[in-house]
Design a binder for this molecule. Structure first.
Ligand code: G3P
Ligand code: CA
Length: 389
């Protein structure tokens, strides 16, 4: 695409403010403002997900926002975890005193076996320690950090923001809202009460609430002016680059329960985006919806080939495709676009990027994304700094 991102030789603060940026760059974002870096689950590439230590590191690395995914405890406290099932992100499976809590629960129509936050009080959760869920990442912090509450994350954002001299935003995600309603632990009013206690009730508040479901965002829209973001998921990426859908990643789970035929792909059509604009300020799409990649199937067996002959088939065997119209269409609808998730590992980078994650950020920043969810906020910030150089 023709790159609008250009360095402007502007001399006055007034002109800089007029172009929306503070650094003389005319960004392709919705409002021309510098794209945000969101510390995804903290600084998940460096520390176990959702720990105060990870969030603090993300802030020190320059993140503008930190992202707590939220689930509820049995006594109704909101804690930062990626799933109600805490088996993979805590040491609960090695704790003899909780062995009897192991159970099977349905989450978004899928049976899961393990230990669930909804079966633990906050006091019990506080005895657990976080572990690194991904085998390829540093496990040396396993067992060292506790599980934070949303309040502790908000307090950290405030205190660290004061320390580093920047306003640090918090980007909470309501995880599995329908599951929590079914468990008698509806998330939304609890979340709003906590945010209100910090004075976060306005569009200008340093908070954006996100959800993969729709009805809870619509409910939130009636209760708060805080910015809302509709997450858009997918199951996989086909050989040719099309995002594929399969339950439970095909549609918001509240749509599945209601028998609503719409899915995540139809939600990204201009009509779907116009509907989202009625209740949300932005979208958080899985990044292949914006720019996807394609594999090679030279022998016609329907499977992607190991192009680089390293013995595994992964993103290194794929090449990037031209951008879809989704970002342009979302901006035309007045929605900001905050794609997820940017990661440094070579196996997660298409061959075009030659193992350099900065090249992937550059591509998406130049397209005009308004924020990136990053597991490696330092890399994202550096790539943003290098734009226009
Ligand atoms: O919320 C953006 C992104 O975090 C969504 O994916 O699964 O990491 O929560 P997930
Ligand atoms: Ca999330």
């Amino acid at each position: 695409m023709a790159m609008k991102l250009t360095v402007l030789a502007l001399a006055t603060t007034t002109l800089l403010a007029a172009c929306g940026g503070s650094d003389g760059i005319d960004y392709n974002t919705l409002n021309g403002e510098r794209p945000l870096v969101v510390g995804h689950r903290g600084a998940a590439g460096y520390r176990p997900d959702h720990t105060l230590e990870g969030y603090k590191l993300a802030i020190e690395m320059g993140a503008d926002f930190i992202e707590p995914d939220l689930v509820a405890t049995k006594d109704g406290e909101l804690i930062a975890r990626h799933e109600p099932n805490i088996t993979g992100t805590t040491d609960v499976s090695s704790r003899a005193e909780f062995a009897s809590r192991k159970t099977t629960r349905m989450v978004d129509g899928v049976a899961e076996t393990g230990w669930f936050a909804t079966d633990f009080t906050l006091a019990e959760i506080k005895t657990l320690r976080a572990i690194q869920p991904l085998a390829e990442r540093d496990a040396s912090y396993n067992g060292k950090f506790s599980i934070p509450t949303l309040k502790e994350v908000l307090d950290l954002a405030k205190s660290e923001g004061t320390r580093v001299g920047r306003t640090i935003g918090v980007y909470p995600e309501t995880k599995h809202p329908t599951y929590h309603v079914d468990a008698g632990l509806k998330l939304e009013d609890r979340l709003l009460a906590i945010l209100a206690s910090y004075g976060y009730t306005q569009k200008s508040s340093p908070v954006i609430i996100q959800s993969f479901e729709v009805s809870n965002l619509k409910y939130l829209r009636t209760k708060t002016q805080v910015r809302l973001s509709q997450l858009i998921d997918g199951d996989d990426v086909a050989l040719g680059g099309q995002v594929t859908l399969a339950a439970p990643f095909d549609k918001p789970y509240d749509f599945a329960v209601a028998g609503d035929k719409r899915n995540f792909i139809t939600m990204l059509t201009p009509a779907g985006l116009a509907e989202i604009k009625t209740y949300a300020d932005g979208i958080g799409p899985w990044k292949p919806y914006l720019i996807s990649s394609k594999g090679v199937d030279a022998n016609g067996d329907g499977k992607a080939d190991d192009v680089n002959k390293d013995g595994v088939v992964d993103d290194r065997d794929r090449t990037m495709l031209p951008a879809t119209s989704v970002l342009k269409d979302a901006h035309a609808a007045g929605l900001v676009v905050h794609p997820f998730t940017f990661r440094n590992e070579a196996k997660r980078l298409a061959s075009d990027f030659k193992g350099d994650p900065a090249a992937e950020y550059k591509l998406f920043f130049e397209l005009g994304v308004d924020a990136v969810f990053s597991d490696f906020p330092d890399t994202a910030v550096k790539a943003r700094t290098n734009l226009g150089r």
